[in-house]
Design a protein around this ligand. Sequence first.
Ligand code: APR
Length: 324
Amino acid sequence: MATRRAKISIIGAGNVGATCAHWAAAKELGDIVVLDIPDKEGMARAKMLDLACCAPIERFDASIVGTSDYKDIVGSDVVVITAGLPRKPGMSRDDLIQTNVKIVKSVAGQVAEHAPESIIIVVSNPLDAMVYTAWKASGFDTHRIVGQAGALDVARFKTFLSMALECSVEDISTLLLGGHGDDMVPLPRLTSVHGIPIADLLDEATITACVDRTKQGGGEIVKLQGTSAWYAPASGTIQMVEAIVKDKKRIIPCAAYCEDEFGVAPGQKGQGYFIGVPAVLGAGGVERVVDFKLVGEEVELMNESISHVKDLVGVVRTMFPELA
Ligand code: APR
């Protein structure tokens, strides 16, 4: 007997949410529901009707629904939260915190009520604080809450390296840790082209320029178009969705719950943080964090990044004591 299709719900039918639906449909990952607030239900329905009509051309079979009714997300395997304000020029991701905590808190509560068995992927910014908010507001186990950051940041790093190397993005392997902000931790030491260390192929100044452009990649786009990016954030998100719905057990850097891992909150049971680390994503959500030893300045950079995430979560706890 055939197994049923996966069900993927996406909260927020804006640029990132609608583009997530686009990639998920194109990859035929399952049935799709995109939900927005009642005022924007028409937009959600229109975009999803439009997308559904691509099916005969792109050759996917899926039910694709736009809605404002949380009943439609019942039975979801994965729920992607993109609801919230995007950045405007001059804003950091952190500037969005007050508005987006309120939104993500209310959305995560609805997800817990209507799709209690789902795995939540958070995309709204400031990401590290929003994953924490979704965790507290949903009451889900930590392995069923994860944030999208590293998939995108690694993709940006590979893209800029491939431009410098004039080679295919497919031949580059790399990893990146830390929070989803300017203090993310790209790892040139673990970057290679078919195992050839990147330092043997590019000079230090070029590698540093690629690292810096990766850190500022989101800001570069905000500056150019007045709002934040959506193609690559959505693509990174759907890479995670695919790993989960196909139980691929891919190792993808993402904001996953850590205590002892990477020395985030050693021995502090239940007091950990969601930080960008490599994690095994499969049917169980975050099945395992892949901890490994950092060396030299990587340790310091990771500690700075962890401390920034802790500060951000501290802001959430102060503003919203019910989430502490
Ligand atoms: N419930 C559902 N949808 C909501 C809610 C809510 N409570 N509040 C806001 N939304 C919807 C908005 O109506 C809008 O359609 O979220 C959508 C956000 O879409 P955009 O404004 O286009 O923003 P987008 O570019 O998609 O970014 C969304 O993802 O990458 C992050 O920083 C980005 O935090 C931002 C989020």
